[in-house]
Design a protein around this ligand. Structure first.
Ligand SMILES: Nc1ncnc2c1ncn2[C@@H]1O[C@H](COP(=O)(O)OP(=O)(O)OP(=O)(O)O)[C@@H](O)[C@H]1O
Length: 224
């Protein structure tokens, strides 16, 4: 499902070019879960951004299913993101002027106009994250953890092939964090979704099919 090889990305500052991704190699079968840990600044978010088509590497190959990202123009990357990728990021980017339900439906809109079935499914996902009662609220009236769960429900609603999550349990208490992980695992098993999770939380490693550590731009398998 995911095949990455010889991936490099650097940022220039003055005469220095700091390599943030340094010959990254990574492969992950469809329907499995990888957890990537690593120190702050080691390149984890950069890797997720490149994998999700939000950013480009300087060189290297990235294949996700039938998509060959390094060969695609920006429009094609937009299609790829809209159709196949669900993002759960630390800064969840809910739209403040839309209700919780409307926020969920934004994940469908690039692909089709949401219909009654989509709305029903959106309510099911809100139920699953324990927020059905808040469907008509605006995000500002939710706690940070509740907003995080809305962002998760939004990513799940479009039932993407790939979910990229950056600290998905970061702003949640332990119980809610476990519920979220259980929900992600359920998606993985029932819908064959591939999950790549970046986290500082060592407790998530036990749920993964494979574990990695990012160190100064290099990705290494770990047994943690
Ligand atoms: N747009 C940018 N311009 C210059 N440097 C950048 C840019 N984006 C990221 N970096 C640098 O690249 C390195 C990797 O950043 P990245 O966000 O990928 O790390 P991370 O492992 O996700 O960290 P954290 O765990 O703190 O989120 C950092 O040193 C960061 O300062």
């Amino acid at each position: 499902m995911i095949e990455i090889s010889h991936l490099y990305k650097g940022y220039k500052s003055g005469d220095n070019n700091t390599l943030v991704l340094n010959d990254v190699k990574f492969s992950l079968p469809a329907g499995s879960m990888a957890v990537i840990r690593g120190m702050s600044g080691s390149g984890k978010t950069t890797l997720l951004n490149v994998l999700g088509g939000l950013d480009r590497a300087d060189s290297g190959q990235i294949r996700v299913g039938e998509w060959y990202l390094e060969q695609m123009d920006n429009a094609a990357l937009g299609h790829y993101r809209a159709r196949d990728v669900g993002f759960i990021f630390q800064f969840h980017n809910l739209i403040p002027t839309l209700t919780v339900l409307e926020n969920l439906l934004t994940s469908i809109e690039p692909v089709r106009h949401p219909n009654a079935e989509d709305k029903e499914l959106a309510m099911d996902y809100l139920e699953k994250v324990g927020l059905a009662a808040f469907a008509m609220r605006f995000p500002a009236r939710l706690s940070g953890g509740q907003q995080q769960r809305v962002a998760i429900a939004r990513a799940l609603l479009k039932e993407p092939k790939l979910i990229l999550a950056d600290e998905p349990t970061g702003s949640l208490d332990e119980d809610t964090g476990l519920q979220v992980i259980a929900l992600l695992q359920q998606m993985q098993r029932q819908k064959n979704v591939t999950l790549v999770i970046v986290t500082h939380n060592p407790d998530l490693s036990q749920y993964a099919d494979s574990n990695y550590e990012m160190r100064a731009g290099r990705l290494q398998a770990s047994h943690a």
